[in-house]
Design a protein around this ligand. Structure first.
Ligand code: PLP
Length: 380
């Protein structure tokens, strides 16, 4: 198998699985219990949170552990007091888009290269705006957004509001689900108030994520209960999950530069060896993302044909593809319906080797050649 869909899911790394195992059986205790073995688990859980927090330049007490990025994104939006006080990038993942829309949020446009249109952002900020949500890296294109620039616009807006006595909060939220193992992230450098991270995309277990929360952001719980995670995420702690997430962040930090170099080389190899494509994500993208368009080809059919040859790729976001809807992201950057229908997303990862990259290029080329032949024969 040649798996080229690491943006959709990553396998749990063997070292992560090994770190988690004791917490399913021997160290199964509820961290809230009063006896010593439970207290030991509680302190190991806190240490794991500190490791995760350290990976983004934060402290354990700044993190709320959630059951994945969807929940973390939803939790971030509880910081908003009034309907209509949200701006979100139009290319956001559905777990941001859906909530933002429900709360009367307005979309910010992207440019044809996938980057935020800063002029559109500036023109849409009003004295009522409380939260701006822009993903650090997009999950369909890999586009890395200039968060520090956005943070600086926010700072200027806040100063201006202060001078005029406007007291409305203005927070910056970013979904960094795709970026934690590909970029060196620091919440201070990015200037974010809220940051979503996701274990499932960095070779950790699924169903575990976290929201970084700065002192300025006041959240409300989505579920009521026993008061864990500062009352913001009640429910017995997912100890094995968090231990696994911590191990995955530690490994990701160690592999960051090596992986980035490797993916850059493999991306170059693929772009040189593949034929007849148009490159969609030319610049400003994570190193492991390659989005191509084959004009006139039905990419969904291509995905099935490649699966028969043991190559796994995506047409766009895995969830958008399964619902059979056209990608809102590819639409937002101005692709035609035909281009969208012919778009393929390849995301490289730790399961790959250079040999696989050459092999995948050969098989994709051959499949495309046969598809064009078949289409030509049909039109005669
Ligand atoms: N945000 C982004 C950018 C993602 O890529 C994903 C996963 O596909 C999510 C949020 C949702 O993550 P989860 O399904 O782990 O809640």
């Amino acid at each position: 198998m040649i798996y080229l869909d690491h943006a959709a899911a990553t396998p749990v790394a063997p070292k992560v699985k090994e770190a988690m195992e004791p917490y399913f059986t021997d160290d199964f205790f509820n961290p809230s219990a009063a006896y010593l073995p439970a207290k030991k688990v509680a302190s190991e859980y806190e240490a794991a949170k500190a490791t995760i927090a350290h990976a983004i330049g934060a402290k354990a007490s700044d993190l709320i552990i959630t059951a994945g990025a969807t929940e973390a994104n939803n939790l971030a939006f509880t910081s908003v007091n009034k309907n209509g006080a949200i701006l979100y990038l139009e290319t956001e993942h559905d777990s941001v888009r859906a909530v933002a829309k429900n709360l009367g949020g307005k979309p910010i446009k992207v440019l044809p290269n996938g980057l935020i249109d800063l002029n559109d952002l500036k023109s849409k900020i009003t004295d009522q705006t409380e939260l701006i949500s822009v993903a650090l890296a997009n999950n369909e294109l890999g586009t890395v957004q200039p968060l520090a620039e956005i943070a600086s616009i926010i700072r200027e807006t806040k100063l201006n509001r202060m001078k005029r006595g406007v007291k409305t909060q203005l927070l910056l939220h970013s979904d960094a689900s795709q970026a934690l193992n590909l970029l060196d992230i620091s919440v201070a450098r990015l200037g974010v108030d809220l940051l979503t991270i996701n274990s499932a995309k960095i070779y950790g277990p699924k169903g575990v994520g976290a929201l970084y929360v700065s002192h300025d952001a006041k959240l409300h719980p989505l579920v009521a209960g026993g008061g864990q995670e500062k009352g913001l995420r009640s429910g017995t702690e997912n100890v094995p999950g968090v231990i696994g997430f911590a191990k995955a962040t530690e490994l990701a930090k160690g592999h960051l530069n090596g992986n980035r170099k490797k993916y850059t080389t493999w991306r170059k190899i693929l772009l040189a060896e593949l034929k007849d494509y148009e490159l969609i994500n030319r610049k400003h993208s994570l190193d492991n993302f390659i989005v191509l368009c084959y004009n006139g080809i039905d990419a969904e059919r291509l995905v099935f044909l490649l699966e028969e040859k043991d190559i796994f790729v995506a047409t766009g976001a895995a969830c958008a593809a399964s619902k059979g809807v056209r990608s809102h992201v590819l639409k937002a950057i101005g692709l035609t319906d035909e281009q969208i229908a012919g778009s393929l997303r390849i995301t490289l990862g730790e399961t790959n080797t250079e040999e696989q990259i050459h092999k995948a290029a050969d098989i994709i080329n051959e499949t495309i050649k046969n598809e064009y032949k078949r289409i030509k024969a049909l039109s005669h």
